[in-house]
Design a protein around this ligand. Structure first.
Ligand code: NAD
Length: 310
């Protein structure tokens, strides 16, 4: 299986995911690769001359590949990659192919692409498989994957075999587009926790507490959470947290703004209340515009909200 694989989108996440595929798929597998930035394709293909092949468009990838993974920034890019009438994957014969989109986008675009694929080729499978774990997880090959399918999906064993090359945990979320719904609700929660943690730390510190004592208090108390334990927004509290390295590595505030916005939009569409949505979105939009914060890890929201850094 996986004799011919395609990979589209070689950014911060896609490139290390592709490298795991190239390292772990059997020697007989051949992988066709495309990105709008040609120099990245040249670079990665040069590193694996026996396994990777340059493609000139998503359609070119699809001409050669039975299984295709995509990892592009937003819904508009996913639309272009799959549905462009001349260069898109669906402009080729996609009968019986396995198509997997790992991008974090809105559920509506995912379902539009799926219904297009299903109406032109009922034997073709298309899955949403957004990932969590950041660039660090992509490089380590330990990403969590939220799959838009049921536990009983007949393709699950094949998907697991393929996705396990770069993931630590694969969670089938029940049905098409629910992998994305899971990812967006996760990022909504983690984005809100980062804001709440920033404010909680700052009020405690201004009241006279050492932030390391506060971190122990939260970890032992009812506020225990992964943001404070592993991604503490206050610099110098948790070794290895993005804040302790000037927020340089991690999950960019622009991506949090995008995902948070998609979550708020989803909440509106499904009729869920979210009183924290507007304040969260305003905060991440502001941080993404702020020259002291933009381009940095999203937990830089601590700085944006005026947290003490001395
Ligand atoms: P990125 O901007 O680093 O990379 C995206 C790549 O897609 C770029 O190389 C770009 O040239 C390419 N691209 C754009 N449009 C294209 C098109 N039409 N055809 C082919 N290639 C195209 O982004 P990233 O950080 O790798 O993120 C990709 C996706 O993964 C996003 O949806 C993001 O939200 C999600 N994600 C990112 C992280 C993270 O920490 N960076 C974590 C989890 C999920």
């Amino acid at each position: 299986d996986f004799k011919t694989v395609g990979f589209i989108g070689l950014g911060a996440m896609g490139k290390p995911m592709l490298e795991h595929l190239a390292n772990k798929l059997p020697a007989t597998s051949q992988i066709w690769v495309y990105d709008v930035v040609k120099s990245i394709v040249d670079e990665v293909c040069a590193a694996y001359p026996d396994k990777l092949h340059k493609a000139t468009s998503p359609a070119d990838v699809a001409e050669h590949s039975e299984t295709i993974l995509t990892m592009v920034p937003e819904g508009s890019h996913v639309r272009a990659v799959y549905l462009d009438p001349t260069t898109g994957i669906c402009s080729t014969n996609i009968t019986s192919k396995l198509l997997i989109d790992c991008s974090t986008i809105d559920t509506a675009t995912n379902l539009t692409v799926k219904s297009h694929i299903q109406s032109s080729s009922p034997s073709t499978s298309f899955y949403d498989a957004p990932v969590s774990g950041g660039v660090v997880g992509a490089i380590a090959g330990t990403l969590a994957i939220f799959l838009g399918c049921a536990d009983s999906d007949p393709n699950l064993p094949r998907l697991t075999l393929l996705l396990a090359t770069f993931s630590g945990e694969i969670i089938p979320c029940g049905a098409p587009s629910l992998g994305l719904a899971a990812k967006l609700s996760n990022n909504y929660l983690s984005g809100i926790i980062a804001i709440a943690a920033s404010e909680a730390f700052d009020m405690g510190m201004r009241a006279g507490l050492d932030p390391r004592v506060l971190a122990r208090v939260y970890a032992a108390g009812t506020a225990q959470n992964a943001i404070c334990d592993r991604f503490c927004p206050v610099p110098g509290v948790v070794e290895g947290a993005p804040s302790s390295g000037g927020w340089k590595r991690g999950f960019k505030v622009e991506l949090m703004k995008k995902d948070f916005g998609l979550a708020v939009e989803m909440a509106g569409r499904v009729g869920a209340g979210n009183v924290l949505g507007s304040v969260g979105l305003e905060t991440y939009e502001g941080a993404a515009r702020d020259p002291r914060c933009r381009g940095l890890d999203s937990r830089v929201v601590y700085r944006y909200l005026g947290g003490r850094e001395d």
